[in-house]
Design a protein around this ligand. Sequence first.
Ligand SMILES: CC(=O)SCCNC(=O)CCNC(=O)[C@H](O)C(C)(C)COP(=O)(O)OP(=O)(O)OC[C@H]1O[C@@H](n2cnc3c(N)ncnc32)[C@H](O)[C@@H]1OP(=O)(O)O
Length: 249
Amino acid sequence: MDLSGNKQKMLRGELYHAFVPELVADRARCGHACTRYNNAGDVSRRRLTELFRDILCDKTPLPPPAATPEEDDELFEDYPWVQSPVNMDYGYNVKLGKNVFINFNATFLDTCEISVGSRTLCGPNVSFYSGTHPLDPIIRQGTKGPELGKEIHIGEDCWIGGNVVILPGINIGRGSVVGAGSVVTKSVPDFTVVAGNPARVIRKIETAMDPASGKEWIGWEEETVGGAEVPMAEMSGRDEAIQPLPKAK
Ligand SMILES: CC(=O)SCCNC(=O)CCNC(=O)[C@H](O)C(C)(C)COP(=O)(O)OP(=O)(O)OC[C@H]1O[C@@H](n2cnc3c(N)ncnc32)[C@H](O)[C@@H]1OP(=O)(O)O
């Protein structure tokens, strides 16, 4: 893929200019795709998935149609479920795992990659802000100045409450919970409840899923017996799996 200098810098998390024609066009494309998804009305899961994949620029083929509408819906059981309206800047930097649920009014400012791990649930009005700007107004210069992004990664099996804001560069560990209305300014360790503005640790989550618990847990059925009908790579069309999280600060 031959990317322009500004787009390459954007994806690498370096300072870039967002108001160059290529990136303006990318955001316009994504905006139109979001509008089509948000106005889809009462359509099948297949059609919704097609429209959602248009937002993500995901060309992975869908499974062949089943014999009946009900059976066809079942083919999409494990696909991410995103309530409209949803809004994104570029779409192509968003990756969602299996059985993810994103409630109404999510905002993905996907200057850099934003990934949400399998089985993670998000309440209404969650905002993922991977974009940021220089603090010095002389450099910032409104639409004339450079900006940058930092990736956001939400682990598998998390629950993000309503009205949460996740700031650039944040990693939320596996199985963790973010309380409603929180602003997450620091990365969150695995199996931890955080809440507030700024989000602070409330408690650890006791679960056999946490290897530190010393308890036995065999993992999700599809991961252990390979029974998943749709591997995550096919679902997102863009990535294999959520990468291991770096250690939280
Ligand atoms: C997928 C969907 O659509 S989800 C639908 C939307 N639902 C939501 O967003 C609900 C999200 N749930 C919450 O925010 C809950 O408060 C939870 C899950 C964080 C509660 O976690 P718990 O560990 O049970 O916390 P608990 O209720 O015991 O409170 C512990 C402390 O944290 C505080 N606290 C709890 N939630 C929050 C919050 N969201 N913001 C700030 N402080 C909070 C409590 O006031 C309490 O403080 P105190 O010790 O000073 O009294």
